[in-house]
Design a protein around this ligand. Sequence first.
Ligand SMILES: CC(C)(COP(=O)(O)OP(=O)(O)OC[C@H]1O[C@@H](n2cnc3c(N)ncnc32)[C@H](O)[C@@H]1OP(=O)(O)O)[C@@H](O)C(=O)NCCC(=O)NCCS
Length: 163
Amino acid sequence: MMNVLDIIKKCRTPRIRKARPRDVPAIIEMVDRTMAGDYRGIVPDDEIAKWVGALSMALKGPWPLALVADYKGLVSGVALVRDGMHLSLLWTAEGCRGAGLGTALMDAVEHKVFSVGHPYMTLSVYRDNDRAVTFYQHRGWTVNSQYVGEVGAVVLEMRKKRS
Ligand SMILES: CC(C)(COP(=O)(O)OP(=O)(O)OC[C@H]1O[C@@H](n2cnc3c(N)ncnc32)[C@H](O)[C@@H]1OP(=O)(O)O)[C@@H](O)C(=O)NCCC(=O)NCCS
């Protein structure tokens, strides 16, 4: 049973570690819990309904670079990188947002990707996902291109160069 201190620590002082296959159910649960709310008004509701529960497909490995934020075995955030340099999933638990978890995960993946010599990283984000777009811009990411995605929402292709 978690006490209040544990809940605060879960958000503020997690360990960033490699994800393991046994983390997958917790990752799916964390993402599915907030996906509908996070994407409401950004992509059509009927599309969101299809995505909830579908993450297990997207999480099929192998994932050479997959990190989670963990406190006492509780997963409160995840970052997945594919193709060596594309951030394909960054998500933090709703109750922890604004506590620095996203930044910690982002710093860790950027460090890993850039330290093996990749000159830049990429990601895709819905243009209307204001919180995420601002989050990336504040961390040095810039918009490289944009297109209308499958669900009719504008997708920004962002990138960040190694400094
Ligand atoms: C985008 C996301 C990963 C950021 O994670 P986070 O754990 O909130 O990140 P941090 O706490 O390190 O930073 C959040 C920023 O929002 C600000 N913030 C303040 N209060 C906040 C709140 N209640 N909730 C979220 N962010 C808040 C923080 O001050 C910080 O601002 P900064 O960019 O000026 O530093 C998280 O909001 C999320 O999981 N969103 C839903 C999934 C999503 O859209 N992912 C990206 C898809 S491409």
